[in-house]
Design a protein around this ligand. Structure first.
Ligand SMILES: Cc1cc2nc3c(=O)[nH]c(=O)nc-3n(C[C@H](O)[C@H](O)[C@H](O)COP(=O)(O)O)c2cc1C
Length: 248
């Protein structure tokens, strides 16, 4: 069986994973965003292939995704490690994902680093993966499928120990909230109060932007002053086109 396992707060990781899964006719999807799921019930077999896709947050795998993957039992299944990043750098994300997968009993055989629209600063890599990326990633899907059938190992760029995650302390606010509660159900860490969705628990929020992307009123946003500061700091590193990479 082929499984597509994703943690995708704003959809860029899922879109990339879908393109890289195109060569498989059937798939079972596992959504690491779902905080209510018991991920320890997922056990795989050596004949299974699992494509595992996560975004890069500060050059690392989001801790929530790692915690949930760690509950699974790979059982020797072949794994394709996919990191999706917003046109800056993915630094140690791929090696961290590789290590997590190996620790859970998966056998990494291939992977990719894919550029997608930056989920905080949306003007960078806007619209990616685009039509041109789609052709490339679907082509790579065939190669990944062949590598998964053949087996063997793969090597990813990145450093161990991993870089320290510098959390961005900026939970989205929702001043004009109408209380529909969509953000409450989509938040992967339960940081938004069901009684009053305007309230975000800043100790739980991972600034993944899922609530901002999901809000039908566009009322959730990062403080514009903070956003301007992040843009001033990261803008130069985010500029220019970055290419997708395939690892076999
Ligand atoms: C908290 C946070 C940290 C991020 N850190 C990085 C980063 O270090 N490098 C980068 O290129 N993009 C970074 N991004 C952008 C995301 O990796 C990128 O937009 C990705 O496509 C988001 O996945 P999603 O669309 O599935 O939510 C970051 C985004 C967030 C929300």
């Amino acid at each position: 069986m082929f499984y597509e396992i994703t943690f995708s707060p704003t959809g860029g990781t899922k879109k990339s994973a879908d393109l890289l899964s195109a060569a498989w006719n059937e798939k079972v999807e596992i959504d690491l965003m779902k905080k209510a799921d018991d991920f320890s019930t997922y056990t795989f077999k050596a004949e299974d292939v699992c494509l595992v896709a996560v975004p890069s947050f500060g050059g690392r795998v989001p801790a929530t995704a790692t915690e949930r993957l760690n509950q699974m039992q790979g059982g020797g299944a072949k794994a394709i490690a996919v990191v999706v990043y917003g046109n800056r750098e993915y630094e140690d994300t791929l090696v961290e994902l590789e290590d997590t997968l190996k620790n859970c009993g998966f056998q990494p055989v291939g992977g990719a680093a894919v550029v997608a629209e930056h989920s905080i600063l949306r003007e960078f890599a806007a619209g990616r993966p685009n039509a041109e990326d789609a052709v490339q990633l679907k082509g790579w899907s065939e190669k990944l499928k062949a590598k998964a059938a053949e087996g063997g190992s793969v090597s990813f760029p990145g450093n161990r120990p991993y870089k320290v995650y510098g959390a961005i302390p900026m939970a989205p606010k929702a001043e004009t909230c109408q209380g529909c509660g969509k953000c409450v159900s989509i938040c992967p860490v339960g940081a938004i109060s069901a009684e009053n969705p305007k309230e975000t628990d800043t100790t739980k929020c991972i600034t993944c932007m899922a609530c901002v992307a999901a809000c039908p009123m566009q009322s959730r946003c990062i403080d514009p002053m903070m956003l301007a500061g992040v843009k001033a700091k990261l803008g130069p590193a985010l500029s220019g086109r970055k290419e997708n990479e395939l690892f076999l």
